[in-house]
Design a protein around this ligand. Structure first.
Ligand code: PLP
Length: 361
């Protein structure tokens, strides 16, 4: 089998895949295939309840945070957030433009209300994140929106930014449940599943009670967080299979890996190995991200010429490494090393990279 270094969907742990395989045949407690179990069944109600609790537990959040399982990907959150928190307000929302995905959130927010871009990395080609002294946040902003890990450029915030009096809303799609953090400092966190915690089809939204006070009355029901909360994420037919897969991953994280601190340690070790290979003195590999902002999830780099990159990707594919092409918007190479990818896979990739470097420098 190929090793999955793709930007997403990412690899899932073997033990989870085996349980999913069994569930496709028949969920033992129910005697039906998971693909045909009613979303109104007691079994599924228990799945949703346990998953909500597992996510709160892993993030260390109190029960006053709602946990929702929505559809439409992280992209739908780019719209749902300003529909609830910006539309009809006079105060602008603060947004950061730190890369491709935070940039995608901007036009969706502007459609709903005034937006202030606090900092943009466009001028520096999204090669780094802002330093604290470059960030002048408004104390009365409707909210602050940023992306904790820019999947395309491989830039990750290693600190929480913003003012505590302004609600923080964060797209954690590509580093959700990958390491410990100060999650209680956020009013809303959203993340699609298909990087670290499951297949595509479900997006986790964690939000603080009270955040929606003042949201417009007339919103489409499906796009209204309040209606989704009332319905316990079963407003309509939810993606039962994807939600069950995420449940299995949270059990794996807690029971097999040993929690987010342990997961963070493994992910940091994987990233260290790769960056060390990129930093070898001859400059054969050229890391994209500034050193302090390097992502532990997406390791993006280029080579001296498009020919060397093309050859690298072709040889890597033949050697069993899949998904290493950089995002279509920037090209180059990107090794994504989400939760489900083992340290051994990264060791093999580093072996390949060192060999390629020796043969082509
Ligand atoms: N936000 C981030 C950080 C992403 O990496 C992506 C996609 O990769 C998205 C948003 C868009 O997600 P979706 O395809 O689930 O809408």
């Amino acid at each position: 089998n190929q090793l999955n270094f793709s930007g997403g969907p990412g690899a899932l742990p073997e033990s989870v895949l085996r349980q999913l395989q069994e569930a496709i045949h028949a969920v033992p407690e129910v005697g039906l295939s998971i693909l045909g179990i009613s979303h109104r069944s007691d079994w599924f109600a228990a799945v949703v309840a346990e998953l909500q609790s597992n996510i709160r537990g892993l993030l260390g959040l109190p029960p006053s945070y709602h946990v929702l399982f929505l559809q439409g990907g992280a992209t739908q959150q780019f719209s749902m957030v300003p529909m609830a928190l910006l539309a009809g307000r006079s105060r602008p929302a603060d947004y950061l433009q730190t890369g491709y995905w935070s940039g995608k959130a901007l036009p969706e927010a502007r459609r709903e209300g005034p937006v202030r871009v606090v900092w943009s990395g466009q001028a520096c080609g999204f090669g780094r994140l802002p330093r604290d002294e470059e960030l002048d946040f408004a104390s009365d902003a409707a909210y602050l929106h940023y992306v904790s890990n820019e999947t395309v450029e491989g830039l990750q915030f290693h600190r929480v930014i913003g003012r505590d009096e302004v609600p923080r809303v964060c797209d954690m799609s590509s580093d959700f449940l990958s390491a410990p953090g100060e999650f209680g400092r956020f009013s809303m966190i959203y993340a699609h599943a298909q990087k670290n915690i499951g297949p595509s089809g479900v997006t986790v939204v964690v939000l603080k009670d009270g955040l929606l006070d003042g949201a417009p009355d007339a919103m489409p029901g499906f796009l209204d967080y309040r209606r989704q909360i009332e319905a316990g994420s079963i407003f309509n037919t939810p993606p039962v299979f994807a939600i069950y897969a995420v449940l299995l991953v949270t059990r794996w994280l807690r029971d097999d890996v040993g929690g987010l601190a342990a997961m963070g340690g493994i992910n940091a070790a994987k990233a260290r190995l790769l960056y060390r290979a990129l930093d070898r003195a001859d400059g054969f590999y050229r890391p994209r991200a500034a050193v302090p902002d390097r992502s532990t999830m997406n390791v993006a780099f280029t080579l001296a010429s498009p020919e060397l990159e093309k050859r690298f990707l072709a040889e890597a594919e033949d050697a069993g490494f899949s998904g290493l092409a950089g995002h279509r918007s920037v090209g180059g190479i990107r090794a994504s090393i989400y939760n489900g990818l083992q340290l051994g896979a990264v060791e093999k990739l580093v072996g390949f990279m060192d060999d390629y470097r020796r043969r082509h420098r």
